[in-house]
Design a protein. Structure first.
Length: 213
């Protein structure tokens, strides 16, 4: 049974490093093999046991690396050539680079999905905010409208810009951080919220007048 392989781009890079190291080993063994072949021309001079063992170990390492590469490819659902055709470190390198490309793409997609989910959670919390004393608080209504617009944008955007959600996150942090923020942090957050949504909303958040419905 193939070993369980952590499906990360770092794992593919590690396999590439191992393959590069093995390529260097094969080159050194090739030089030794050339010398051994010349010695074989003289009767009674077989290759050294050390060379034979080293060649065997290198061959086994290539097989192990290939097995790992095929295990990763199978888990990703990638189409692969017959294993026996990957019979050199050069061919294995080409396959590993394809795996690395696939894993990097998968990681980018996963990161984008996490970012989208986090952004939507923030927008949902903002949409659920109400003013403690003023149900028609205009500054909050405008903030709700911007949050709804941001959600609509997220439904079609392929990427989330770093500044798209930051003002809403600052607002929630200001509301949540009544007892955790120092004066400097508080001031920066209040200014950020005031810049994004107006001073009245920043003051309402600072005074604890914005609550979850």
């Amino acid at each position: 049974m193939p070993p369980t392989i952590p499906l990360t781009a770092d794992r593919a890079r590690e396999l590439l490093r191992k393959n590069a190291k093995l390529t260097t080993q094969f080159a050194a063994l090739g030089a030794r093999g050339t010398a051994a072949a010349a010695a074989l021309a003289r009767p009674g001079t077989p290759p050294s046991d050390d060379l034979v063992h080293a060649l065997g170990a290198a061959g086994r390492e290539l097989t192990a690396l290939r097995t790992e590469a095929f295990a990763v490819a199978a888990t990703l659902g990638l189409k692969t050539p017959p294993a026996e055709t990957i019979d050199s470190t050069k061919k294995l390198e080409a396959m590993l680079r394809l795996l690395l490309d696939g894993l990097e793409q998968a990681e980018r997609q996963a990161a984008a999905a996490r970012a989208r989910a986090g952004a939507l959670a923030i927008l949902d919390r903002v949409a659920a905010l109400a003013h403690r004393d003023d149900p028609g608080f205009a500054a909050l209504a405008a903030c709700h409208k911007r949050a709804a617009d941001a959600r609509t944008t997220l439904s079609t955007a392929t990427e989330i810009g770093p500044d798209a959600i930051a003002p809403f996150e600052a607002l929630l942090t200001l509301i949540d951080g009544q007892h955790q923020l120092d004066d400097e942090q508080w001031g920066k957050l209040e200014d950020a919220v005031a810049t994004a949504f107006g001073r009245s909303l920043a003051v309402a958040a600072s005074r604890g007048n914005l609550v979850a419905r």
